[in-house]
Ligand binder design. Structure first.
Ligand code: ATP
Ligand code: F6P
Length: 318
């Protein structure tokens, strides 16, 4: 059988590990895998090549995606999707694996509805895909942010400064919350909850009065800009406040061991679903097990925010 595989939306560390795992497992079963380039654009424009065992060598430890990716708005147009579907038919694809976040998986639902079996592997550093407890790339991104915060902490303590660290997460604060808990932030500001700047300022004043020499506020990019939060804190506390916008440093670099393992497990289950003739599914982590859930969960549900972690981070930063 011949499967297609593509990566779409923002790249996520672990995408390469999942491509490698899927290709090697599929070839091990006697199947073929067509690597589709630049996400859905590659399907619509016919950009693809057959992947071999050796073509996926030495990518396990690399971030980004060997297939490249895109944000291809034209795929929201049914006529573009029809072209892509027709191309998949001509290529005799028996099924497709889509690695990406909410948007990419919404695109995947449309393809499955048209009749091509599709398995989605949730991949986004944002950790905000509904129906799964984990998305590929999240652990690496949290580690990247935590490593940056550890470095910033040295200079923050030396100067007794407050740092506002802006992290990714346009519509979701899940990444900010995990990084805030792991990195020891005083407060986490997320798009889902309106911030109480006066309460945060009071907490900062109290910790400084107790002798603390540095403080972190982690803000998700979708909630506020770091510069605006810093200005607010300066005027409310009178302390010196600096900002760091981590940007794409969060998304690059080698995937963590956890992301590589999750990539292998998601890929293994994806192949099993396709070979079993499942018409559409999303790989999910649920109760520490990799399971297949309905693909359209992305359009029916919203990902939750771990407010317990957020509250715990605030209680611990004293
Ligand atoms: N409703 C939709 N219908 C068809 N295709 C879609 C839809 N939403 C998104 N896509 C396709 O998926 C691509 C990626 O979507 P998007 O930019 O939202 O990233 P994502 O997969 O959510 O990843 P990230 O977590 O990095 O934002 C889009 O550029 C488009 O090609
Ligand atoms: O690299 P781009 O296209 O600017 O995307 C940035 C967006 O992608 C994400 O990193 C998710 O991959 C979001 O957190 C962020 O808002």
């Amino acid at each position: 059988m011949r499967w297609g595989i593509l990566t779409s939306g923002g790249d996520a560390p672990g995408m390469n590990a999942a491509i490698r795992a899927f290709v090697r497992l599929a070839i091990g079963e006697g199947d073929e895998v067509l690597g589709i380039e630049r996400g859905f654009e590659g399907m619509a424009e016919g950009l693809a090549r057959l992947l071999t065992v050796s073509s996926v060598a030495d990518i396990l430890m690399r971030g980004g995606t060997m297939l490249r990716t895109s944000r291809y708005r034209a795929f929201e147009d049914p006529s573009t999707r029809e072209r892509a579907f027709e191309w998949a038919r001509q290529q005799q694809l028996a099924g497709l694996v889509v690695l990406g976040g909410n948007g990419s998986l919404a695109g995947a639902v449309h393809i499955a509805e048209r009749g091509l079996p599709v398995v989605g592997i949730p991949s986004s550093i944002d950790g905000d895909v509904p129906g799964t407890d984990y998305t590929l790339g999240f652990d690496t991104a949290v580690n990247n942010i935590t490593a940056s915060m550890d470095k910033i902490r040295d200079t923050a303590s030396a100067h007794e400064r407050i740092f506002v660290v802006e992290v990714m997460g346009n519509r979701s604060g899940q990444l900010a919350v995990a990084a805030g808990l792991a990195g020891g932030a005083e407060a986490v500001i997320v798009p889902e909850i309106a911030p109480d700047y006066h309460a945060i300022a009071r907490r900062l004043d109290e910790t400084y009065a107790r002798g603390k020499r540095h403080s972190f506020l982690v803000v998700a990019e979708g909630a506020a800009r770091a510069a605006d939060v810093a200005e607010e804190m300066r005027s409310l506390t009178g302390h010196e406040v600096k900002t760091v916008v981590l940007g794409h440093t969060q998304r690059g670099g080698p995937p963590s061991a956890h992301d590589r393992i999750m990539a292998a497990l998601f890929a293994e289950e994806a192949l099993r679903c396709l070979r079993d003739g499942n018409p559409s599914a999303m790989m999910a982590l649920s109760k520490s097990q990799v399971v297949a859930v309905p693909l359209d969960v992305v359009s029916r549900q919203q990902a939750g925010l771990n407010v317990g972690w957020m509250a715990l981070a605030e209680r611990l930063a004293r």
